[in-house]
Design a protein around this ligand. Structure first.
Ligand code: ZN
Length: 214
């Protein structure tokens, strides 16, 4: 009987997530759980976001990875408030790992926290971390079928970003199919087209700044 065990794990996770949410709210930090496949451009998006937002808001980052600290090393060039969480064989972050990460950040000095989840569109969606919103990241290089094949992130996200728009002329990607699938699965989710490497991310930065009244 596996199901009760899974339910207990999620119940425990949800309890810790509620504590995280309270801690973050008390510190006045708006928290995004950024979920995307490996290679969708999560770290590039964060680098571009720091470049664009500058000192308009102070952003901290918790970044999950199986074994390396490469993402945190890249981000630390832009941001002093970055904590790497190595998940070992774990394919998602859980609320307890985030709890430990929060202890290493000066939350009172932050406006925004971005949790860069492990590159995976499936189980990260099921684990509440205490975030205010989930943001899903797709890229045109992955193909137009990803929303249909990974509906859970589409269902749960407040915002979806479609990255690598500069590659659109070079890849097989039907924008109509992509958008139709999204609106069928979640008619209210917002979709923004971005290109992190070209710095074409203003709409996303404005969305983020608006969340903290900046
Ligand atoms: Zn997982």
């Amino acid at each position: 009987m596996d199901i009760p065990i899974v339910e207990n794990v999620l119940k425990l996770n949800d309890e810790v997530a509620a504590i995280n949410r309270k801690t973050l709210k008390e510190a006045g930090v708006y928290t995004v759980d950024l979920i995307g496949s490996p290679g969708s451009g999560k770290t590039s998006l964060l680098e571009a976001t720091f470049k664009a937002i500058g000192d308009k808001a102070r952003i901290g980052v918790l970044v999950g990875d199986l074994t390396t600290a490469r993402d945190a090393t890249r981000i630390s060039k832009w941001c002093p408030d970055v904590v790497q969480i190595n998940t070992g064989k774990g394919c998602h972050l859980d609320a307890n790992q985030v709890r430990q990460g929060l202890d290493r950040l000066k939350l009172d000095e932050l406006d925004i926290l971005v949790i860069g989840n492990v590159g995976n569109l499936i189980c990260p969606v099921g684990f509440d971390l205490g975030q205010d919103s989930k943001v899903g990241l797709f890229s045109v290089a992955e193909g137009d079928d990803k929303p249909a094949k990974h509906p859970y992130i589409v269902m749960e996200a407040e915002l979806l970003l479609l990255n690598k728009m500069d590659l659109l002329p070079h890849v097989t990607f039907d924008m109509d199919i992509f958008k139709e699938d999204i609106s069928r699965i979640n008619p209210t989710v917002q979709l923004m087209e971005v290109c992190a490497t070209n710095g074409w991310i203003n709409e996303w930065c404005d969305w983020l700044l608006a969340k903290v009244g900046k």
